[in-house]
Design a binder for this molecule. Structure first.
Ligand code: NAP
Length: 244
């Protein structure tokens, strides 16, 4: 039996990169995964692979998080309530990089898009899904951070600022939920990883010098599994985490 047997886990940005690897891994560990992402064809490929290789029952939710507001977030809750009645895990993974330019010339529309996808959408989704996350005795929310969310660097603009906000949201929510619910909230900075986002950010870098998303999966599973019950308000990074 897998470490996530019968858990229902929502993953955003599930069609590619780290979110794809997490979705496939969670399903292999027995979870029914809800795959949220903006490109339907990518989600369908992940869905097909999960159905081919596991006995679990994934659901795809093609949706551009740029368009998430209270109304659409509450529609998700209503749909999930009908389908599952509870949610055991929520991995906020989807993010956009935005332009790498100085603040002085940063385009305002791009700034707002990055903040919407990276900060406001996780806030809205969390708020809407909290009633379902409170249904099981224990649940886990994981926010995805970055090194530039702990130490700002030139030209990382809205992306860096959004990751500082992600760390802040993790701390506030973890503290709010710690004593009154069984929901644990943590942030995870995967560090440099072989994905298309990393290639856009560092075009001259040799991707083969980087760990793959699959290399990080023991930590992603740990945070969703019962092994991490009682662990909250912490910052995780695969390079400094030791299993067990
Ligand atoms: P990625 O390869 O670009 O994958 C991101 C996924 O998010 C894609 O499937 C993308 O959909 C989806 N997505 C983006 N915008 C979306 C939107 N508006 N609505 C719905 N889905 C959307 O990125 P990654 O490298 O796997 O990054 C995953 C997470 O790790 C991010 O939060 C990132 O900030 C963080 N991170 C990554 C690294 C790294 O080195 N890779 C380092 C530190 C932190 P499409 O496939 O349709 O584009």
């Amino acid at each position: 039996m897998g470490k996530l047997h019968h858990k229902i886990i929502v993953v955003t940005g599930a069609g590619d990169g780290i979110g794809k690897a997490a979705s496939l891994t969670y399903a292999k560990e027995g979870a029914d995964v809800v795959l949220v992402g903006r490109t339907r064809s990518k989600l369908e490929r992940v869905n097909d692979e999960i159905r081919r290789t596991t006995q679990t029952d994934p659901t795809i939710v093609p949706f551009d998080l740029k368009n998430l507001d209270d109304t659409t977030a509450n529609e998700f809750r209503a749909r999930f309530e009908d389908q599952f009645e509870r949610i055991d895990g929520l991995l906020h993974n989807a993010s956009v990089l935005g332009p790498k330019v100085p603040i002085e010339t940063y385009p305002t529309d791009a700034w707002l898009d990055v903040m919407q996808v990276n900060v406001t959408a996780p806030f809205l989704l969390t708020k809407a899904l909290l009633p379902l996350l409170k249904k099981p005795t224990y649940a886990s929310i994981v926010f995805t951070s970055s090194g530039v969310g702990l130490k700002g660097r030139a030209y990382w603009g809205a992306y860096a600022v959004s990751k500082f906000a992600t760390e802040g949201m993790t701390e506030v929510l973890a503290d709010e939920l710690a004593d009154t619910t069984g929901i644990r909230v943590n942030s995870l900075n995967p560090g440099g990883t072989r994905t298309s986002m990393r290639a856009s950010a560092f075009p001259a870098e040799d991707p083969m010098s980087l760990p793959t998303p699959e290399d990080h999966m023991p930590l992603y599973v740990y945070l969703m599994s019962d092994e991490s019950i009682g662990v909250g308000g912490e910052k995780f990074n695969p390079s400094s985490w030791q299993p067990g």
